[in-house]
Write a protein that binds this ligand. Structure first.
Ligand code: GSH
Length: 214
């Protein structure tokens, strides 16, 4: 049985979990939290920065959500085209994965961390919000001429959690209707609904405060 070390409220855990769920790949979620010190100790050694998710498949340990999805596509393939077979689509999936992680999730995390700091620095929030709006604009333009590879690919696995949380800290403007639409569409799929529902009990812990929706 595959083991995914992570936490139900963690965006990058969602990313790997969506890939597992989309392919009905049997796995267990090994909670990384203060209540499970052995799991936290495992992650602390497995990842150079102690970050999760971490996948354990027998003796094989894979870290970093994108690499986990690449590994699943190779070793536990299913109906979901995690890495599209068309090479151009595979490039698009990998490119969008980087865009969602680096330019949507990263500024979202910056805003969350700013709210967790002893004194919230409004300049950090302003800068990260500007980065998010720029990323939304880039995506909106990209989707004008290109299609997201078919679900669930590496790109949709990265898009779902990053757009979910980004919209909480910096709402996607109406001018970015395609990005807004993609978020809504992703939130309607069972693997994403599963992650959202599993994370619900932790919403009260969301540092800027979780909105009363989704
Ligand atoms: N690049 C990593 C990012 C992982 C990451 O930032 N994970 C967060 C949870 S969403 C984490 O481990 N936070 C705890 C920590 O940094 O100690 C990936 O794609 O897996």
């Amino acid at each position: 049985m595959l083991e995914l070390y992570g936490h139900p409220f963690s965006s990058y855990t969602w990313k790997a979990r969506i890939a597992l769920l989309a392919n009905n790949t049997p796995h267990v979620l090994k909670m990384v939290d203060p209540g499970h010190p052995d799991n936290s100790a495992f992650v602390a050694v497995a990842h150079p920065a102690g970050k999760f998710p971490v996948l354990k498949d027998g003796d094989t340990i894979v870290i970093e959500s994108s690499a986990i999805i690449e590994y699943l596509a190779l070793t536990h393939p299913g109906d979901a085209p995690l890495i599209p077979s068309d090479p151009d689509d595979a490039v698009a999936a990998r490119m969008l994965d980087r865009v969602f992680d680096n330019y949507v999730m990263a500024p979202t995390t910056e805003i969350v961390l700013a709210h967790m700091a002893e004194a919230t620095d409004p300049a950090v929030i302003e800068g990260a919000s500007a980065s998010l709006l720029r990323a939304y604009g880039w995506l909106e333009n990209w989707f004008e001429g290109n299609l997201l590879p078919a679900h669930f690919s590496l790109a949709s696995c990265a898009a779902a959690p990053s757009l979910f949380y980004a919209d909480w800290v910096c709402p996607i403007p109406d001018a970015c209707a395609r990005v807004k639409g993609l978020r809504a569409e992703l939130l309607s799929y069972q693997p994403v609904i599963h992650c959202i529902d599993e994370a619900r009990p932790y919403r009260k812990l969301f540092p800027p405060g979780a909105p009363d929706r989704d």
